[in-house]
Design a protein around this ligand. Structure first.
Ligand code: SAM
Length: 372
């Protein structure tokens, strides 16, 4: 486990530098600073070209095989020159590969690992994320200043709870599945360190389970485990289907409940909350932990995977940077926040729980707690 301050994070290999900073040596500071700022400002080019290609069906066409701009323009019914410009933009972001066909034309290839990412049926599909951007995020970011001015409060002046509708979740939940593999690997290792054996027959409650990917992958790690995925009716239908796909349906049941107003039962050995706490206000976060504490079995654990800010981890921490920008994104698109470790420790103490582990994953932290 990584102790605070011991992170060895490396930046993402996918980062596309767009300023040749070596050529800025000796240039006046103001111009250098403007180059760096401009690089941030053109960040919207990336979703711009990727989402346009998705809208046009370019990725689906490339899933059938490599194609030239001429062939793509024919299939998509698009302008030839504009299609070439778009594909070259995608190549600049390393989304497509560019080689040459026998007659010397540029040939574009979608790498095999991205085929399912652009398909609505892929387990780690980002189609839901793209449609969320199209429907909500693009316009919402435009109004961020207004939300900062007003604090994004509701009509009564209270903190706005997250505004994603059930319908939006239906398309979005599968779009965040891709986060699960490294988080589940980290969680499973931590559970083993805390004494879980391969034959662990514990009962997991996956609260606000979405597609259920976290408990479902955990079931694969521990073959005697059973899990209940708690969510609304519309979402649990997605979780049931996915449990079949992942071959764990015999140990995964869905529970259609409202996690505020319904009872969670007792004797839960692992209460799992993934991407749930950032949607809360401080009051509702505390309430979730109070409710967890009452539902836990003796020796039971609470696991929270979320955008947790650890102030002891230094300003350069990738997880802290992502958490803080995720908070800005939530301020633009709805309610919620990236809470600090200090906040979590306080809510845990109020619920007679104590933190037993904090682990880094690529874009989240996993916090484990048990009764104090
Ligand atoms: C951000 S998603 C997280 C889903 C999943 N844990 C994941 O990380 O992929 C939040 C989930 O909480 C569910 N949810 C929100 N409020 C709920 C409530 N009051 N009762 C039950 N589920 C709720 C939503 O339907 C949604 O599936």
């Amino acid at each position: 486990m990584t102790a605070p301050g011991e992170t060895t994070a490396t930046t993402s290999a996918g980062f596309t530098p767009l300023v040749d900073t070596a050529r800025l040596t000796g240039v006046e500071a103001e111009s250098q600073a403007a180059h760096h700022l401009y690089e941030h400002l053109i960040g919207l080019w990336a979703p711009g070209v990727i989402e346009a290609a998705q809208d046009l069906g370019a990725f689906s066409a490339l899933t059938l095989g490599p194609a030239t701009a001429v062939r793509l323009a024919e299939i998509l019914g698009t302008d030839l020159r504009a299609t070439r410009v778009l594909m070259d933009g995608l190549h600049a972001y390393d989304v497509v590969r560019r080689s040459h066909s026998a007659d010397g034309q540029a040939l574009y290839t979608l790498p095999p690992e991205l085929h399912d990412v652009f398909s609505p049926h892929g387990l780690y599909s980002l189609v839901g994320k793209i449609s969320h951007d199209r429907k909500l995020a693009w316009n919402a970011w435009r109004n961020l200043a207004e939300n900062v001015r007003t604090g994004a409060r509701d009509a009564t002046g209270g903190e706005r709870v997250n505004q994603i509708s059930e319908e939006d979740y239906t398309s979005l939940v599968r779009g965040i599945n891709f986060w699960a593999p490294p988080i589940v690997r980290t969680l499973a290792d931590a559970l083993r360190e805390l004494g879980w054996t391969t034959g662990e027959s514990a009962r997991v409650l996956d609260v606000g389970c979405g597609t259920g990917i976290y408990s479902q992958l955990l079931l694969r790690e521990f073959p005697a485990l059973t899990a209940s995925g708690l969510d609304t009716e519309r979402i649990t239908a997605i979780a049931s289907r996915q449990a079949q796909e992942l071959d764990v349906a015999d140990r995964f049941e869905v529970v259609v409940k409202d996690f505020w107003n319904d009872d969670w039962g007792t004797d839960i050995e692992l209460a799992l909350f993934v991407n749930i706490f950032h949607l809360q206000t401080p009051e509702s976060a505390r309430e979730l932990l109070l409710k967890s504490s009452k539902s836990l079995a003796q020796g039971g654990l609470v696991a929270i995977a979320d955008h947790i800010v650890d102030d002891d981890d230094g300003a350069g921490s990738v997880q802290n940077k992502f958490s803080r920008l995720f908070a800005a994104s939530m301020l633009a698109t709805g309610g919620g926040d990236a809470y600090t470790l200090h906040d979590y420790d306080q809510w845990l103490a109020d619920s007679e729980l104590r933190r037993v582990a904090l682990l880094d994953t690529p874009m989240h932290r996993v916090l484990l707690a048990r009764r104090a």
